[in-house]
Every structure is written in structure tokens, then in C-alpha cells.
Design a protein around this ligand. Sequence first.
Ligand SMILES: Nc1nc2c(ncn2[C@@H]2O[C@H](COP(=O)(O)OP(=O)(O)OP(=O)(O)O)[C@@H](O)[C@H]2O)c(=O)[nH]1
Length: 167
Amino acid sequence: MLYTHKISTGRDDIALEIMDTASECETDVIEKHIKWGDGFVVIYSVTDRHSLQRAQKLKELLFNLKNPDFPVVLVANKCDLLSAREVTEDDGQELASQLDCMKIELSVAEGYKGVSETMDELLCQLKREHIKNLTTSSVGFEKNRSRLSNMKRAFKKRIARSHSDTF
Ligand SMILES: Nc1nc2c(ncn2[C@@H]2O[C@H](COP(=O)(O)OP(=O)(O)OP(=O)(O)O)[C@@H](O)[C@H]2O)c(=O)[nH]1
């Protein structure tokens, strides 16, 4: 399922496309979605140990398919269901450390504060990554420009030398 969402910050208008892949089981379909995405919210339920294992599998796929510092937030959902908890905070934290990302414990049943915090953190990482990519491409542009100037200078010298050889 694909959702679209627009955010206006006053300075920028940001259009988000959010894909819910929760029902996907086929690895090749999940891989296709991972290649499509710029940032990721990996969610597991604290009441379901299998969901943590699925999140760990997602982590492997992310590391295989993306650059090492892909934007990601780990979410532990259903924290209100205290007596049904199967995944400890430490288990979740271990996965967050492997992903080198922030982990947010929340309950979507209790309100949108945690969801909002999750999206703010992801957006912050996406912006940082975007700026980094712009800087890298402008450094590449500068490098190419200075390589061209060097070639131009060498070419001019070469012409100058040919002239003095002739006369
Ligand atoms: N108590 C509680 N129930 C939740 C929470 N999040 C989701 N649920 C319930 O869990 C069920 C599944 O929720 P969905 O939103 O359909 O989630 P899903 O991504 O399809 O996840 P699963 O069906 O669990 O694989 C629904 O009955 C929700 O009301 C939560 O934080 N707390």
C-alpha cells in the first residue's frame, strides 16, 4: 500500500511517498521495495518474537542492498500490552545497535506522538543524506572542473612550446 503525504516547513515543501510493506513475504518483492526507498522505518511488535526475527531479516537485506548509512529508525510497537510482551527492551536495543540507529518504543493505540517522533527523526536523517549527496556531487563537479583547467593549461603550454620550437 502506497501513501502520499505533504509537509510544509515554511522553507521547503516535502512530498513523501510511504510504502507499507507489512503484508509482503516474498524476498524479491521486499528487495524491490528496498531499492525503491530512500529511508526506512523497521517495525516489530513487542508482543511477537517472530516480528523481531523478520526485522532482523530486513536488516540483512538493507545492508546488502543500500549504502551503509541509509536513513533508518527502528520502532517497537504495542508497548501498551505489558502482559503480552515477548521482546525485551534489550533485545530491541541490540538490533538498533546493529542497525546503528535510533529505537523508539511506542504504542500506536495510545496516540500519534511516537509516530510523529519517528517521522521527524527519519526526515532529519533523509535531509542530512540529501545534503551529503549534494555536497559530494558538487565536490565531484569541482574536481572535474580543476582537471579540465589543468588540461587546458597543459595544452596551452604545449602550443606555446611548439611555437618556440618553430621560431
Ligand atoms: N493494543 C495495541 N494494539 C495495536 C497496536 N498497534 C496495532 N494494534 C492492533 O493490532 C492489530 C493489527 O494492526 P494493523 O495496523 O493491522 O497492523 P499490521 O501492520 O497489519 O500488523 P499485523 O496484523 O500485526 O501483522 C489491530 O487489531 C490493531 O488494532 C498497539 O500499539 N497497541
